[in-house]
Design a protein around this ligand. Structure first.
Ligand code: NAP
Length: 259
């Protein structure tokens, strides 16, 4: 699906980004794995050991110079960039609204929204010049509706959805596509405290009970959508916020059946 495509994936040191990097490599992509954490080295090492091709770059996606550098590193390593998955994000801590400071907002928006904007800004010129390119961003169901995160996190993800919608039109006629994925609850580093607490209480089986699939999601399930959207198979999917949430966002509030 991604044979010989040169793909940048941010947040590749953990969770969804790591799973997507491994999946993209298994679909034939050459992957530039980007993360703030040095855990990104393990992602690349794992891919290379499995016979794929990956390079790790440690960078802060909210720093414009470092974004320009990771894009340049992909060109230097692989010769071009065909797609980017701007996935790195922070949870924001879930503080109640009245406890949020301006600094909290700046950190959450800086990574989740400005990090995505910078990824777009620094890859679009390459994509426009070559007449094709695919951008995928990680938003969240929190960007669609309430009750999936704090107000800073939710607003940051609504911003990502808006970037996908508005940039799609600013890329009119260029051959470049952009889409956002809205994951539901996925077990990753970000949600580890939720899972740890439930396991400690013995209530793990209740996680995901209000979801029509009656379960939470796995990083690979987001990765499959990301790889599809990055590939030519998604050639007519553009400007969309695609929920990958087991159906969670499909419903009005409801009372789940007790057995
Ligand atoms: P994760 O396991 O914590 O992975 C996120 C990765 O991004 C971490 O390795 C993190 O590094 C890295 N990162 C954080 N800030 C960065 C920065 N400034 N520059 C570069 N890398 C940075 O969490 P995840 O769940 O896979 O998150 C991936 C994306 O999915 C995020 O955008 C998140 O908001 C979104 N999402 C997750 C869920 C869910 O239920 N898990 C649901 C909806 C949306 P550190 O560990 O060093 O911070």
């Amino acid at each position: 699906m991604l044979q010989d495509k040169n793909i940048i994936i941010t947040g590749a040191g953990s969770g969804i980004g790591r799973a997507t990097s491994e999946l993209a490599a298994s679909y034939g992509a050459n992957v530039l794995c980007v993360d703030l954490s040095d855990a990104v080295d393990q992602t690349a090492a794992h891919i290379n050991a499995a016979g794929g091709r990956a390079v790790a770059v440690q960078a802060d996606v909210s720093d414009e110079k470092q974004v320009a550098d990771y894009v340049a590193a992909c060109v230097a390593e692989y010769g071009s960039v065909h797609g980017i998955y701007a996935n790195a994000g922070v949870g924001g801590g879930g503080k109640p609204m009245l406890e949020l400071s301006v600094e909290d907002w700046q950190r959450t928006l800086g990574v989740n929204t400005i990090g995505v904007f910078l990824a777009v800004k620094h890859t679009v010129p390459l994509f426009v010049e070559q007449g094709n390119g695919a951008i995928v961003c990680t938003a969240s169901v929190a960007g669609l509706r309430a009750n999936a995160g704090g107000v800073d996190y939710s607003a940051s993800k609504a911003g990502v959805i808006s970037i996908a919608q508005t940039v799609a039109y600013q890329l009119y006629g260029t051959g470049v596509r952009i889409n956002a994925i809205c994951p539901g609850l996925i077990e990753t580093g970000m949600t580890k405290p939720v899972f740890d607490a439930a396991r400690e209480r013995g209530t793990e089986g209740r996680i995901g009970q209000i979801n029509p699939t009656k379960r939470y999601g796995h990083p690979q399930e987001i990765g499959e959508m990301a790889c599809f959207l990055l590939s030519e198979r998604a050639s007519y999917v553009n400007g969309q916020a695609v929920p990958v949430d087991g159906g969670l966002s499909a419903s009005h509030p409801w009372a789940f059946p007790r057995s």
